[in-house]
Design a protein around this ligand. Sequence first.
Ligand SMILES: *Cc1c(COP(=O)(O)O)cnc(C)c1O
Length: 360
Amino acid sequence: MKRVYNFAAGPSMLPIAVLEKAQQELLNYQDSGMSVMELSHRSGLYTDVIETAELLLRDLMKIPDNYKVLFIQGGASQQFSMVPMNLMAKNGKADYVNTGSWSKKAIKEAKKFGQVREIASSEDGNFTYIPKIDSSMIDQQADYVHITTNNTIEGTAFREIPETGDVPLVADMSSNILSEEMDISKFGLIYAGAQKNIGPAGLTVVIIRGDLIGSAPESFPTMLDYKTHSVSGSLYNTPPTFAIYMAKLVFEWLTEHGGIKAMQKVNEEKAAILYDYIDQSEFYESPVRKDSRSLMNIPFVIPNRDLDAAFVKEAQNRELETLKGHRSVGGMRASIYNAMPLEGVQALVDFMKEFEKENK
Ligand SMILES: *Cc1c(COP(=O)(O)O)cnc(C)c1O
């Protein structure tokens, strides 16, 4: 059977063991004679799926009891609106850090609901670094501070989570959730689209501190109020049942493999293999400042841009897929989420060496 190493930014690779388990259970889930896709979301069997998924995630991320876990739809992009709709409740203003394309979209959306202040930006350096944030920059009257912990397109990541004092910190963690240990208590709200490090597209995970729920005005749409999903256990309407089931299988896989601590270690090794090779090479370059580098999304360029297309095509012949960089950065980008095995990164570096030799 053909399986490639898929370096896509999202939707991205899933662990083979997870896909195989889903395949085994596809036609007859737990002797129900049905697929999970055909189960009622209110059935006992499905209740067990969604509750287990939440428990596993709580355990993996060490989510404190005063936080709710919500499984909803609309992608991270819908959170760009839901966050201000629900959280800009007290003073109608929020502080945002602008670290790239996704932050900019979040900022644009938030401006529709209140006063937004951009407290720091790396746009002056084409988003190749993470600006330093200290608590003096934060408006203590802001309803929240928003950051993008990992910038999927630019390949940067906050190596340190900013201290925001009493102002809740909101994080778009779409592309690095579950990749490294995080102290959840530092955040008021975390959101992530599933299709990068959790499971299939269609599911969005929101982790929210209890006291931040319930402030959306009555006039706002029911489905866009966190409270709706919180009081119903994410079952107000039909949730993305199969995507949640797949996420549960991924959480089981992570748990069996030593949890996030073990995953972080492998992720650091994988990233080091690639960065070390790029840094010693006189052929490839990383556009990202060393102190701001992502473990998950690694862009690299060849100074002779004419070679980009040949690189991507020849890599594809070696079953190394989707390495073309985002149009705003150019060059190449390797997304190496949890499901990318170390061997995949090694195979990429082996190919890069050959390509360098042939084209230098
Ligand atoms: C992919 C991504 C998004 C958009 O996610 P959707 O689920 O497609 O809306 C937002 N933020 C970040 C950091 C991302 O990587």
